[in-house]
Design a binder for this molecule. Structure first.
Ligand SMILES: Cc1ncc(COP(=O)(O)O)c(C=O)c1O
Length: 397
């Protein structure tokens, strides 16, 4: 067997230097402890605890039984691309050409990765607002580029301001990546922040990559706005989204990127040479999801809203923890700076002593120091138990 040291000789440096996904690592660790007989509650992941609605499963089953088991058009079946274009128009005010401006991928993650491969290379900088989802920086680096970490301030509710963007931009910067509602902070970018981002992007001739995968998961009347619909932005914006979160379809692997054909057609090359197409019958389910009854989303939201309060009330009462009510998505980004633990130590204490798996905030960049992220996309009883365990353990510390 080739030892790691010898394997390094064969490995590409960009891969050797990449860290594995820290959120998947948390889940692996939790699974390992469970296999040792320890009753671990895993709040590390980001998977809705609902099964995909029946009408969506039925559409996919019918497609499979009807023989849709072959390769399909590489950029996606026309019905799904049309459904996505219609959705973007109605929900987001974005006009895209379903034939040339939409690419269906196996998950939003693949869309982002393929875009990075198409648009990033050595010498290209991409700005990432942090705390940020764990895969953005590795994707940029795997493509050979440099991520510019723009740390947002937890004491200012992770607000985005033009001055801070200006401080970080370089003459090699080609794009800025934004994510609202945000994983992990739960922040929803407000209109003024989006205006500032749009003006900044235009002033520096940057592309905006906007990851809107949590757009349907909003609380307390917060509104989602798409930056591609802002004046002069459609031509420089790529909008990423997917069906995983809004329709509880994580395992189906369905996502998409939409934008100007000049970019989408180039990303489509990477797509065709890497995955050929997203799964045929899953795409039939995707059409049913986007064109069918949307009531299911409201039902999930009601449950997540209840749990959001449960975590906020339960952990907010623990000395040293701050647990603001999040504006969107289904994560609590708990501020533990006053416990005296750093993010890694806090996550470690919670895993080892409370047997609750959470993600250290630094997995999302230095701006997440002192925080841990926990997912509330899990059953109320499990969550109550987790909150109780955390209270007991931190109460003792
Ligand atoms: C911010 C963000 N973007 C993209 C994704 C990718 O989701 P998927 O590949 O399932 O569409 C996730 C998944 O956790 C996410 O949190």
């Amino acid at each position: 067997m080739i030892e790691q040291r010898a394997a390094d000789h064969f490995l590409a440096a960009r891969v050797r230097d990449a860290a594995p996904s820290p959120t998947l690592a948390v889940s692996d660790r939790a699974r390992q402890l469970k296999s040792e007989g320890i009753d671990v509650i895993d709040l590390g992941g980001g998977d809705p605890d609902f099964i995909t609605p029946q009408h969506i499963r039925q559409a996919a089953t019918d497609a499979m039984n009807g023989g849709q088991t072959h390769y399909v058009a590489s950029p996606g079946i026309p019905e799904l691309r049309k459904a996505i274009a219609a959705k973007l128009k109605v929900d987001n005010g974005i006009e895209v050409d379903p034939a040339q401006g939409v690419l269906v991928t196996p998950g939003g993650k693949a869309a982002l990765f393929q875009a990075a491969m198409a648009l990033v290379e050595p010498g290209v900088d991409v700005m990432v607002l942090e705390p940020a989802w764990v895969s953005y920086v590795p994707m940029i680096e795997l493509a050979g580029g440099t991520a510019i970490h723009v740390g947002l301030d937890p004491d200012d509710n992770f607000a985005v301001m033009r001055e801070m963007l200006e401080q970080h931009v370089t003459d090699r910067t080609r794009a800025i990546l934004i994510n609202s509602p945000n994983n992990p902070t739960g922040r929803v970018l407000g209109h003024d922040e989006l205006v500032a981002l749009a003006e900044f992007a235009r002033a520096h001739d940057l592309m905006v990559w906007t990851d809107e995968i949590y757009e349907k998961i909003l609380y307390d009347g917060h509104q989602h706005e798409s930056i591609a619909a802002y004046p002069g932005m459609a031509e420089r914006t790529l909008t990423f989204n997917g069906l995983s979160k809004a329709y509880a379809m994580t395992g189906w692997r369905l996502g998409y990127v939409a934008g100007p054909p000049a970019f989408i057609q180039e990303i489509a090359k990477v797509h065709s040479h890497s995955v050929t197409c997203a799964t045929s019958f899953a795409q039939a389910g995707g059409v049913a999801a986007l064109t069918g009854d949307q009531a299911f989303i409201g039902e999930m939201l009601a449950a997540w809203d209840r749990r959001r309060h449960l975590v906020h009330d339960g952990l907010g009462a623990v000395k040293g923890l701050r647990c603001p009510l999040v504006e969107g998505a289904f994560y609590a980004f708990v501020d533990g700076r006053e416990t005296g633990h750093d993010a890694l130590a806090l996550a470690d204490v919670l895993l080892r002593e409370a047997h609750v798996a959470v993600v250290p905030g630094t997995a999302f960049g230095e701006a997440g120091e002192g925080h841990v992220r926990l997912s509330f996309a899990t059953g109320d009883d499990v969550l109550e138990q987790a909150v109780q365990r955390i209270r007991d353990v931190l109460g003792r510390h």
